[in-house]
Ligand binder design. Structure first.
Ligand SMILES: Cc1ncc(COP(=O)(O)O)c(C=O)c1O
Length: 378
């Protein structure tokens, strides 16, 4: 895979290593947004089919990306919190059931579980890392016959730790527990197959590794949710809603499978056009090639940082498009932040950790610049 910087609008003097917070739109997305905006200036050009057909195209693209045959299993939603609220809204628990989450999980994949636990007198069980033990061992040991739900990311959002989802799925199936995954920090840049992992639901922000606008997200719902309740009742999710003339012949039935969970106004003419361009390109690049490229530009820098005293997870157990760097003790973080800012280097800080995230517009030189900056404050 060649560097793709020419597709983006990032100036040469900017070192953007923070896509995990917000991805840059490439030019095709920008153009698609403008097309949508132009249509908004001339609303008489909006056709009835524009409310539905682009959304179907978008669902098909996301289904292809995550290896799902039937696009009717995909819902377009505005955020991860919306997706998790939908999932939690369709689960009933018994007193004392356990909901397993991972230490320092992203809040949008926590609060809905806390609320559900409060409703049913269930228990949130947080799996914390144990020194000298692999994450997967600790997680698998924590899943017991009391576990009703395992809700986790498919990588750790703050440091890129990988989880053995196949083994986790196997154990949750044996014990009749649901597996709900937040794929926000990896889907698009790391291969993911629903056929392989078989989660009950997969929720994913659209504005990071999927290059969508802020306010776009996706959800896959498995069989468990086929007859569930959406958190809102909108006209377009009902059967035959394409027939505008009979919308007030109120329809009791939803469209099949996950369509019932799609957010109201999902036809969003500007966003959907942008999302389609974004997913087409991600599929063309392929997540595998993106992962390999990110490894090729970051591997040496990660080794050098380790030699300088930084702590980075073993490369076999972490992703390469996103990883955490624990800075050496005693390093002046305020000075480092000022230096990074001064040199237009953008990474994300969490205490004494930095999270580095890269993509096809980055080069090895970006990593050299980062390493030199860290060296200069040691
Ligand atoms: C792992 C993860 N999940 C979800 C989100 C976003 O959640 P929401 O769409 O509810 O804002 C983020 C944002 O950083 C994230 O890192």
């Amino acid at each position: 895979m060649q560097n793709q910087k020419h597709l983006f609008d990032i100036p040469d003097d900017i070192t953007y290593l923070n896509i995990a917070s917000q991805s840059p739109a490439f030019k095709a997305i920008y153009e698609a947004g403008l097309r949508g905006l132009k249509q908004k200036s001339r609303p008489y050009t909006i056709l009835g089919s524009d409310y539905f057909e682009p959304v179907v195209e978008l669902k098909k693209l996301f289904a292809e990306l995550i290896d799902v045959e039937d696009y009717n299993r995909i819902a377009t939603i505005p955020s991860v919190s919306y997706g998790m609220a939908t999932v939690a809204n369709n689960i009933t628990l018994n007193k004392g059931d356990e909901i397993l989450v991972i230490d320092e999980q992203f809040p949008s994949n926590y609060y809905s579980w806390k609320k559900l636990a409060n409703t049913y007198n269930a228990i949130i069980k947080t799996v914390c890392p144990v020194k000298g033990e692999r994450w997967d061992t600790t997680i698998l040991e924590a899943i017991t016959d009391k576990t009703a739900i395992v809700a986790m990311g498919n990588i750790h959002w703050s440091n890129g730790s990988l989880f053995d989802l196949k083994a986790i799925r196997k154990k949750t199936k044996q014990l009749n527990a649901l597996l709900i995954i937040d794929g926000s920090q990896s889907i698009g840049s790391l291969p993911f197959s629903v056929k392989d992992i078989q989660p009950d639901a997969l929720i994913c922000a659209g504005y990071k590794w999927l290059f969508g606008p802020y306010g776009s997200a996706y959800a896959y719902f498995g069989e468990y949710f086929d007859n569930g309740e959406p958190i809102e009742e909108n006209w377009s999710n009902r059967l035959d809603s394409e027939n505008f003339a009979s919308l007030t012949n109120y329809q009791p039935k939803y469209k099949p499978l996950a369509n019932r969970y799609t957010v109201g106004e999902s036809g969003n003419f500007i966003y959907v056009q942008m999302q389609i361009e974004a997913l087409k390109q991600v599929i063309k690049w392929t997540p595998k090639a993106i992962q390999d490229y990110c490894k090729s530009i970051s591997f040496e820098a990660s080794k050098e940082l380790s030699e300088l005293g930084c702590i980075i997870e073993d490369h076999n157990y972490r992703t390469h498009h996103l990883f955490g760097v624990k800075l050496p003790e005693g390093l002046d973080i305020i000075k480092l932040k000022a230096n990074l800012l001064d040199q237009n280097i953008f990474v994300s800080f969490r205490g004494e950790y930095i999270r580095v995230s890269c993509h096809l517009y980055n080069t090895k030189k970006d990593f050299d610049t980062l390493v030199n900056c860290i060296k200069s404050v040691l």
